[in-house]
Write a protein that binds this ligand. Sequence first.
Ligand code: FES
Ligand code: FE2
Length: 348
Amino acid sequence: MQQHRYPFPMPFGWFSVGYVEDFPAGSARATYYFDRHLVAWRDDAGEMHVQDAFCPHLGAHLGHGGTVEGCELRCPFHGWKFDAEGTNTDIPYSDRVNRKAQLRTYPVAERNGFVLVWYHPDEKPPSWDVDEVQDLHTGEFSGPIRTHHVVNAGVQEMGENAADSAHFRYVHNTETVPEIEHYELDGHRSIMKSRQRFPTPRGVVDGRIDTLADGPGVSIVRFSGIVDTLLVTSSTPIDPETTETRFDFYVRDLGDEATNSSVGLAFAQEVDRQFAEDTPIWEHKAHLVRPALADTDGPFMKFRKWYSQFYAEPVSDDRLVYPPPFWPDKVDDAPAKATASAKYGGSE
Ligand code: FES
Ligand SMILES: [Fe+2]
């Protein structure tokens, strides 16, 4: 039997399913998150909706050919219509609607340029709201520069990276590691304040990295020191073993657009470089229920305890070690490559 990769079920919370402009008014599209097929559509009045994808009549995918009509969505298969609550409002070849035909509908909010969906396995209503970052509306920041990644690792596992100060030196080759000064867990929020010294040709610059996690799916990271950068990130489970991360970088206005975009781009590339360095670690690591920690390690267990509040379903306790599957195509060492090229007749 294929064992599950992590002990964790799907967390609940607000998660990004894309950017505001990914969903023009009057259009519907298919998407997949939380291990579910979804239809995301914006009605003609500009309101955004996310619902389960399969029409309760005979199972057509409403994101593949479904059409928006006013504030309703029409199924491509037999023309049934559903409203923003997921209620069947019309069967074109019948005088009566089917009251039992109901689409599961997710609460939606648009914040900081993202379309956020509230996912809860038991369909409980949102237990917090995600704040709009006010600094983005003052005109002091320019951006965003956007990057995005899909990783074969669970969303909690990747979140642990923030608590891991020691890995910076080894994975990212930084000369100094962030020094966590303050770590505060406040309900669905976590606040981490850290200091980092950045070596520059003109000497060491004192910098800060301050992170606010607004639940498991959205974080705001403020970098200061060399340049002031604001990073809005989202992490969304595609399934329990696959995560999509979006980064929006904003730099504090440096006077002209060209400087802003080159500084922003350099910063985004550095964060992306670090993300690419973390990826093979995340993809190939085991999740250890009881890691052997050094007393100077970051606050891993506090992070895990905080994160556990986002699980409505039981966390499995059948093992202490959760290894990844074996991915032959991800074995990236020289002998494996030589074997593959010999086998397929390539020359290297
Ligand atoms: S499957 Fe949607 S109307 Fe028949
Ligand atoms: Fe990292």
